[in-house]
Design a protein around this ligand. Structure first.
Ligand code: ADP
Ligand code: ASP
Ligand code: MG
Length: 408
């Protein structure tokens, strides 16, 4: 008998027909003698719809009230799945995140799980029940409801798998696994049988929404293999695992793109020690995450500094930047929100020089201008014009022969 934690994302539970289909799948796993914990997301676009409803009030969106609202989406799904399973003759019980013992900090809308008390889940499993848990939500020690950031049900599933010491952790979605690029953009993207935690983490951070980055981090810390599978078929999926479990490193494993990008440039910043500190501290205090930074070569004791942030944080960032320009004696600033980030990711890059040059060549061949570049040991990212994103992703996929059959 195995203990399986299995998560179904929004598109897998978008309609009652889908609940019926996944209930059959879950019943089969139980009939095969397994103990099952299921984590569910909200139905289809429910979370987006709830956000739009909240915006329509015209109010400033208080994090606490937003989380109270958004958590209802997953709660609906959990109850509907329990009812659907009951109808098949299965004993199932739904639990909210807090009933399932998921404790978080109080960073509303992006809360981090700090602890899991698995007693209730274990008691329900021991009594032979299938346990259905509303994903994406937790409770603060003070008793307030939180949510775990977009895509947070992935993290609920992995954290519960870790807390229970589960034998398997499955993430069911609407594609066959992790692909070499977003299959919605690149028609000949190829499904990877395996991907390392490190590569998956980079891909997720760089825009491959198939897994929430925190879920990958949690799996890596707890050494849990994640299986990413398609809830619409029975095809084999992708296993996210330790690099040592894979036969060989690929030079480039995948391409990611991220449209949630904006660029801000500050001109004629005096070249003095402490200026960068003042600038980035003020942004951090404003809750703004800075991604790439470039500083131009000094001219007349002044530099230009440009950086990127999440596009949805631009309204919060611009007033901070405007105040800073005056404070630090810069001449002006400019921003652009029609930019995107394209990245190549691969553990084998560390030992293969020339990969970045190949990337720049592929972009140049398509007449794509690069605004900014950043690198780590296993990735290279470029900021480009948003309208060229698809062309860039296709060109890079082609350049690194990612549609060719897998070696390992
Ligand atoms: P769920 O609702 O199941 O959580 P998501 O929409 O969060 O599903 O994630 C699945 C989507 O991620 C896919 O439909 C796909 O378009 C997108 N995606 C982006 N990059 C990749 C990739 N490299 N491999 C697989 N899917 C990707
Ligand atoms: N429903 C939430 C979202 O849309 C959480 C999730 O699906 O994982 O982001
Ligand atoms: Mg998701």
């Amino acid at each position: 008998m195995s203990l399986i934690v299995t998560k179904f994302g929004g598109s897998s539970v978008a309609t009652i027909e889908r609940f019926k289909a996944i209930a059959q799948r879950i019943k089969k796993m139980q009939d095969e003698g397994n103990e099952i914990v299921v984590v569910v997301s909200a139905m289809g676009d429910t979370t987006d719809d709830l956000i739009e409803l909240a915006k329509a009030t015209g109010s400033k969106l208080s994090g606490r009230e937003m989380d109270m609202l958004l958590a209802t989406g997953e709660q609906q799904s959990a109850a509907l799945l329990a009812l659907t399973l009951n109808n098949l003759g299965c004993d199932a019980i739904s639990l909210t995140g807090w009933q399932a013992g998921i404790i978080s900090d109080s960073t509303y809308r992006k809360a981090k799980i700090s602890d899991i008390d698995t007693n209730r889940i274990k008691t329900e499993l021991q009594s032979g029940k299938i346990v259905i848990i509303a994903g994406f939500q937790g409770i603060t020690p003070g008793g307030d409801i939180t949510t775990l950031g977009r895509g947070g049900s992935d993290t609920t599933a992995v954290a519960i798998a870790a807390g229970l010491g589960a034998d398997r952790c499955q993430i069911f979605t609407d594609v066959d696994g992790v692909f070499t690029a977003d299959p919605r953009i690149v028609p000949d993207a190829r499904k990877l049988s395996f991907i390392s935690y490190e590569e998956m983490l980079e891909m997720a951070i760089l825009g491959a929404l198939v897994m929430q980055p925190r879920a990958v981090e949690c799996a890596m810390l707890n050494n849990i293999d994640i299986e990413v599978l398609n809830s619409f078929n029975n095809n084999p999926g992708t296993i996210i695992t330790e690099v040592g479990n894979m036969e060989q490193d690929r030079v480039v494993s995948g391409i990611a793109h991220d449209l949630n990008c904006a660029k801000i440039a500050i001109f004629d910043v005096p070249d003095q020690p402490g200026i960068a500190k003042t600038l980035f501290k003020a942004l951090a205090e404003g809750g703004i995450n800075v991604d790439m930074v470039i500083q131009s070569a000094m001219r007349n004791n002044h530099n230009d500094i440009a950086f990127t942030i999440d596009r949805d944080e631009l309204p919060k960032a611009l007033p901070v930047v405007e105040a800073l320009v005056k404070k630090i004696g810069a001449s002006d600033y400019a921003y652009g929100d029609k930019v995107a980030k394209v990245s190549i990711i691969g553990a084998g890059m560390q030992t293969n020089p020339g990969v970045a040059a190949d990337m720049f060549e592929a972009l140049a061949d398509e007449d794509i201008n690069i605004h900014m570049i950043s690198t780590s040991e296993i990735r290279v990212s470029c900021i480009i014009d948003e309208e060229q994103t698809k062309k860039a992703v296709l060109a890079l996929h082609n350049k690194f022969n990612l549609n060719e059959t897998e070696q390992n």
